[in-house]
Design a protein around this ligand. Structure first.
Ligand SMILES: Nc1ncnc2c1ncn2[C@@H]1O[C@H](COP(=O)(O)OP(=O)(O)OP(=O)(O)O)[C@@H](O)[C@H]1O
Ligand SMILES: [Mg+2]
Length: 263
């Protein structure tokens, strides 16, 4: 079976989230699965709680050395281990790792103005293959590794897209806190071609946290026939998506519906 890559948005994480039950069910069906998680909202909360000053450049948060300590503690520590523990409590078998483990994700500073934020230069599939071959769900925290600087903060969507492209994922699903990609009137767009997706970014209709998500879908299309952005707050959204009920926005190599990708 070809692996699948699932990105879980920090905002959709919670004990009531049926996504974790879905992941355990997929494991029971022998589906190799890589989960990548975000955690932007937890990071913001902890930076405030710890009184770490936040600086912005062009509206984007700058990651200085002190912020990176919090980012790592929250993402690779708390969020990653809570996810792994919850999956294991539900009867699944998961192992958590960050991009620094086994040099899974190599990166370099993306833009010096933004500080310790990484652009991915390569993904080594070996650490993931090792876990998937042994029957574990791999739960990845989005921290990259730079030979000189050490750990770097990376957007989780970007990590999911790069991993999907590298391991030849069959499906790439983003679970987030909105119904899908909205048009300028706020209506969810059910299906997008590569060109249409690029136009929505260029025109500013797709903004903020949706930009790396749409870009990651386009990257993932190097291997997946389609990528899906869907509402992770809907019960069993993940199993539904993999069974062909693609609520949300499907981005396809060729125009069509999410359900058509298996043809
Ligand atoms: N055209 C658009 N359609 C839908 N959402 C959009 C659009 N443009 C911007 N957004 C914003 O993108 C957000 C989703 O990205 P966000 O980064 O906040 O969540 P996430 O990636 O699921 O979580 P995390 O970053 O913690 O992993 C939505 O909540 C919405 O505010
Ligand atoms: Mg995000």
């Amino acid at each position: 079976m070809k692996p699948i890559v699932i990105k879980i948005g920090g905002s959709t994480l919670g004990s009531h989230d049926t996504t974790l039950e879905d992941l355990v069910e997929l494991q029971r069906r022998s589906q190799p699965t890589v989960v990548v998680h975000g955690g932007g909202k937890d990071i913001t909360q902890w930076l405030e709680k710890l009184g770490v000053p936040t600086h912005f450049a062009r509206g984007l948060r700058v990651t200085d050395a002190e912020s990176l300590e919090v980012v790592m503690g929250v993402l690779a520590g708390m969020v990653n281990k809570e996810l792994v523990a919850s999956i294991n409590q539900l009867g699944g078998r998961a192992i958590g790792l960050a991009g620094v483990d086994g040099c899974l994700i190599r990166a370099r500073v993306q833009d010096p103005e933004l500080g310790l934020v990484g652009a991915i230069t390569g993904v080594d599939r070996k650490p993931l293959d090792t876990l998937l071959d042994a029957g574990y769900i791999a739960v990845v925290a989005p921290i990259g590794f730079d030979e000189q600087l050490g750990p770097l903060n990376i957007n989780a969507d970007t990590v999911a897209g790069e991993i999907a492209a590298t391991i030849g994922a069959q499906d790439l699903v983003f679970l987030t806190d909105v119904e899908g990609v909205c048009d300028k009137k706020g209506k969810v767009i059910s299906s997008l071609s590569r060109t249409e997706a690029q136009k929505l970014i260029a025109s500013g209709v797709v903004g903020g946290g949706m930009i790396p998500k749409v870009e990651a879908c386009l990257r993932g299309l190097a291997s997946a026939k389609a990528a899906l952005i869907t509402d992770g707050r809907v019960p069993h959204a993940l199993l539904g998506a993999l069974e062909g009920k693609g609520n949300g926005t499907t981005i396809l190599k060729k125009h069509g519906a999410w359900s058509a990708k298996r043809e």
